[in-house]
Each structure stands twice: as structure tokens, then as C-alpha cells.
Design a protein. Sequence first.
Length: 54
Amino acid sequence: MAKELSCREAGYDCDFMVRSEKEDELIGMVQQHARDVHDTEMSQADIRGAWKTV
């Protein structure tokens, strides 16, 4: 099953959304986006708590 995470659903005013079958890939993309765009760090646990299965 694919996992999906969007900034907007996480409370940010941002249109970033990522969906992937590979959890490690999704985590890496979200962590990179969080650093580059929001100047913040997200742990793997935070990301796992924020994604939804689609």
C-alpha cells in the first residue's frame, strides 16, 4: 500500500504532497522538503505519524 503525506494536512500553508509505495523513499523526500522549504527537521517517527495509507 502507498503512503501519502501533504504539508497542508500537516498544518502548513504549502502545496507539497508526496505519495510512495516505499516508506524509506517517502521519508527521505519529506525530510529534504522540510529542510529546504520549511527550515525544520522531521524525524522518521514524526513522518510515520503524519502520513496516511492510500
